[in-house]
Design a protein around this ligand. Structure first.
Ligand code: CMP
Length: 139
């Protein structure tokens, strides 16, 4: 399993703007399989825990507020080399630096409201997958 999964979140602004399906299309075209998916609104506590590694950084409080402000789509994606390939597909954290055609280049509005989250390592992917999905919810 390690190396084959990544966890993504389609963030509130991208959901509000109707980008769920275009983003899922991009994932499909890039060869990702959806192993689990849910539409939900994070509590502040869940958002704070999910982004705990960023606690203390200047953007942390605002990021937690934003991520719990409205519904998100949480996706567990499967593919060989999933973490690196997904990071390539979404582009740089800051959409002004994201390569043309990447998800963040197309659908993000700022560093915080950057359309999607993607796991930054295999270890994070496993931890983040467990954060959102029980084994029974994965296909
Ligand atoms: P994400 O992939 O969800 O992981 C951590 C998030 O923190 C990142 O995307 C951004 O939304 C946010 N982030 C990282 N750096 C900054 C920054 N300098 N200013 C605002 N938000 C940031």
């Amino acid at each position: 399993m390690e190396g084959n999964i990544t966890l993504s979140i389609i963030k509130p602004r991208a959901v509000q703007k109707g980008f769920i399906i275009p983003i899922l299309d991009k994932c499909h075209e890039a060869g990702f399989r959806i192993s689990a998916m849910k539409l939900m609104q994070l509590t502040k506590r869940q958002a704070a825990n999910f982004y705990k590694e960023h606690e203390g950084k200047p953007f942390y409080e605002s990021l937690v507020e934003f991520m719990s402000s409205d519904r998100v789509v949480v996706l567990l994606l499967e593919k060989e080399n999933a973490v690196a390939d997904f990071r390539k597909l979404i582009g740089a954290t800051d959409p002004t630096s994201a390569e043309p055609g990447t998800i963040r280049n197309l659908y993000a509005e700022s560093k915080e409201k950057n359309a999607v989250h993607g796991s930054d390592s295999d270890a994070s992917a496993l931890r983040e997958a467990d954060f959102f999905f029980s084994k029974m919810e994965r296909y």
